[in-house]
Design a protein around this ligand. Structure first.
Ligand SMILES: *[C@@H]1O[C@H](CO)[C@@H](O)[C@H](O)[C@H]1NC(C)=O
Ligand SMILES: *[C@@H]1O[C@H](CO)[C@@H](O)[C@H](O)[C@H]1NC(C)=O
Ligand SMILES: *[C@@H]1O[C@H](CO)[C@@H](O)[C@H](O)[C@H]1NC(C)=O
Ligand SMILES: *[C@@H]1O[C@H](CO)[C@@H](O)[C@H](O)[C@H]1NC(C)=O
Length: 420
């Protein structure tokens, strides 16, 4: 079969970010405070995110991935298969829950199979409606199972002369074949059990930086997913609670509305908060606003929780609330005005006198302006430092190191673009 590798979901267009492991840059006296710290900070955090460190993102350091065999077949890559016999694309009929056919002349959603990588040659294929491709009792190729098991596991055998030519081998030892445009078969599957892979906790948004496997959001859909995350938070807090350098714990990063509901997020934040408080009365508890939602929706809830902090992320590149294309043709001056006027106003609405503290947990001095000078960048960074410096908890840059210079705070400081 002829293969077309469409962009992986983990492309560079999705840069909103990650797990919050922060270096605190300017808070020397955090370390003197230790246990006696009270929950009214008299300084504001200036920090940097350790992007790409514990959770890799391809765009931050692409060379990390060079040595991986078949590195164009990583989790989440969408593949489209054209039958050499009939010259048409494989398709999950009706998007899934049905048979696999080979009667489409063009390929889009139903003809795209997202891979879950077991190893460099063994994969599961997930279809549009989220079922997995498998072989049924009659040896027909179908997409009906919600979890991948033995019958949903396939080997991709690439032609060494032309890696876009592939054969797909079922776990029964036989290859898939297109008998007719309406009938794709493999021989009856003999075995069971075993190599399936599972992703029990799910992700809170579709992006690679949330360790999402194929773009599906499952976190927060069941109490189970929440419970697992609470256990992780409790484990980490218990481990570091006595360490004087533990300053704050962020419960989760960027859950996406409306898939992750406000009710579930609040339920989780309450449970996560309690888990932190079991072990520490002084660690701040940081709660990420949901992406695509009203930035004030958590204020009443969080006001009742001592030492809580609301985390907002501001990029003049993308936004899930306003149309991101507004940034496309903005001039230097318009970018500065947007920071000074619009971001400033937005931050003001979240920063309320009796409410939780506020944290601009991600920002960067990068934009869409072409041919900007060093001075332009300096002004842009400075404007953001001033406005985000008004957040009552502080700010954190995205990110410490990055092959893209402006996304590397280390590079920006060393080269005089950012002065603290
Ligand atoms: C991939 O996994 C299969 C099944 O466990 C195994 O037979 C095969 O040797 C593995 N291939 C590589 C390259 O590790
Ligand atoms: C492809 O085959 C399925 C199953 O027979 C049929 O329902 C569908 O209409 C066909 N689609 C096209 C575009 O021929
Ligand atoms: C930005 O400018 C380009 C080139 O002038 C134009 O094609 C594009 O439509 C503009 N985008 C927006 C969002 O205005
Ligand atoms: C920014 O704020 C100004 C002043 O309130 C407003 O006129 C403008 O529409 C806002 N811009 C965007 C892109 O929201």
């Amino acid at each position: 079969m002829q293969l077309k590798n469409i962009a992986t979901y983990s492309s560079r267009t999705m840069k909103l970010l990650v797990v919050h492991y922060l270096f605190i840059i300017s808070s020397c006296y955090v370390f003197n405070f230790s246990y006696g710290r009270n929950l009214n900070p008299n300084f504001r955090v200036k920090a940097v995110n350790l992007g790409g460190w514990l959770l890799t993102e391809g765009w931050i350091k692409p060379s990390l991935f060079d040595a991986i065999p078949n590195n164009d077949f990583l989790d989440g890559t969408g593949l489209q298969f054209k039958s050499v016999t009939v010259g048409k694309y494989l398709c999950a009929e009706l998007g899934g829950g049905n048979i696999i056919v080979a009667n489409r002349t063009a390929a889009s959603g139903w003809e795209t199979f997202k891979i879950w990588r077991i190893n460099s040659t063994i994969f599961n294929f997930r279809v549009f409606n989220k079922e997995f491709v498998g072989v049924d009792g009659s040896g027909n190729v179908v997409a009906v199972e919600n979890k991948p098991g033995f019958s949903e596991t396939f080997e991709i055998v690439r032609n060494s002369d032309d890696p876009s030519r592939v054969r797909i081998k079922s776990t029964n030892g036989f290859f898939l074949q297109v008998k007719t445009e309406e009938l794709v078969t493999a021989d009856h599957s003999g075995g069971n059990g075993g190599w399936g892979d599972d992703d029990p906790s799910g992700s809170q948004n579709p992006c690679e930086h949330s360790a999402n496997r194929d773009g599906t959001i499952e976190w927060g859909k069941t109490d189970d997913t929440i419970q697992q995350t609470v256990e992780v938070i409790e484990f980490l807090t218990a481990r570091y609670a006595k360490n004087p350098s533990l300053y704050a714990v962020e419960l989760i990063n960027e859950p996406l509305a409306p898939e992750v509901t406000l009710d579930m997020v609040k339920k989780y934040y309450q449970a996560g908060y309690n888990a932190v408080r079991k072990h520490s009365s002084t660690a701040y508890v940081v709660m990420s606003n949901r992406l695509s939602s009203d930035p004030t929706e958590l204020l009443t809830f969080a006001s009742g929780l001592k030492g809580s902090v609301i985390d907002v992320h501001y990029y003049n590149l993308f936004s899930r609330i306003i149309d991101s294309s507004i940034f496309d043709n903005m001039s230097v001056q318009q970018n500065l005005e947007f920071v000074n006027t619009n971001r400033s106003a937005e931050l003001n609405t979240v920063t309320q006198s009796n409410g939780p503290l506020t944290f601009v947990g991600e920002w960067v001095a990068e934009w869409q302006v072409r041919d900007a000078t060093k001075e332009d960048y300096q002004m842009f960074a400075q404007a953001q430092l001033e406005v985000f410096g008004r957040a009552t908890f502080g700010w954190a840059y995205w990110t410490l190191k990055n092959v893209n210079n402006h996304w590397s705070m280390e590079w920006m400081i060393k080269n005089g673009y950012i002065k603290l």
